[in-house]
Design a binder for this molecule. Structure first.
Ligand SMILES: CC(C)(COP(=O)(O)OP(=O)(O)OC[C@H]1O[C@@H](n2cnc3c(N)ncnc32)[C@H](O)[C@@H]1OP(=O)(O)O)[C@@H](O)C(=O)NCCC(=O)NCCS
Length: 177
């Protein structure tokens, strides 16, 4: 796989995940019950460090896997002239799946997800992909559904996973202007 570049727009950037270092950063995000219910499935227990490591290794091997970083800290007055970059989540880009997690709850609903998605759509176009897809968004995950809809994704399918959980699938056509 070719070496990944940092994708940046203003104070949001996607930095290729660095293993194993980023596992310890991410581990904290996967202790939160609400984050787990939205990104994994309802009732998921906090993940062990090993489980996060396996998840990160899998995602790094199956797509372009990035840490979402913002410059300056959320909720902290930043006095520095050149604030440093802080990881707040992760996202994997593959043609048929686009799992995104903003792991720091205070960083949600500030338009960051939308900016991350714009960077990834541009990247997918650069790679010449015909479509992008968010494979399984739990139907109760209004934030995620709204995020993809707002970026132009359209409902492509609905289904129920083997555990009985209803999901929606969204797709974006990248052909044409
Ligand atoms: C889902 C997630 C990636 C969205 O990113 P975000 O930065 O919070 O979203 P944004 O602020 O860019 O908002 C994008 C749109 O979604 C809407 N939205 C975001 N969170 C919402 C929520 N909880 N409820 C309702 N609408 C929501 C925004 O109002 C905005 O809509 P608009 O474009 O019509 O104004 C983020 O909230 C997150 O990581 N959540 C936890 C994990 C998760 O659910 N991951 C997705 C798994 S499929």
């Amino acid at each position: 796989m070719p070496r990944l570049e940092v994708l940046q727009e203003g104070n949001v950037r996607l930095r290729p995940v660095s293993l194993p270092d980023d596992i310890d950063v991410a581990w904290a995000w996967y202790q939160d019950v609400e984050t787990l219910a939205l990104s994994q499935r309802p009732g998921t227990e906090p993940l062990s460090r090993d489980r996060v490591a396996r998840m990160y290794q899998y995602q790094a091997a199956h797509g372009e896997f990035y840490m979402i970083e913002i410059q300056g800290a959320i909720g902290v007055q930043d006095a520095a002239d050149s604030p440093s970059w802080h990881p707040i989540g992760d996202v994997m880009l593959a043609p048929d799946t686009l799992p995104i997690v903003i792991g720091v709850p205070a960083a949600r609903r500030r338009g960051i997800g939308r900016r991350v998605l714009a960077l990834l759509i541009a990247r997918a176009r650069q790679l010449g992909w015909p479509t992008l897809q968010a494979k399984e968004i739990w139907s109760y995950n209004e934030g995620s559904r709204r995020l993809f809809q707002s970026a132009g994704f359209v409902l492509a399918a609905t289904g129920v996973d083997p555990g009985g959980q209803p999901y929606e699938r969204y797709r974006l056509d990248l052909r044409g202007p």
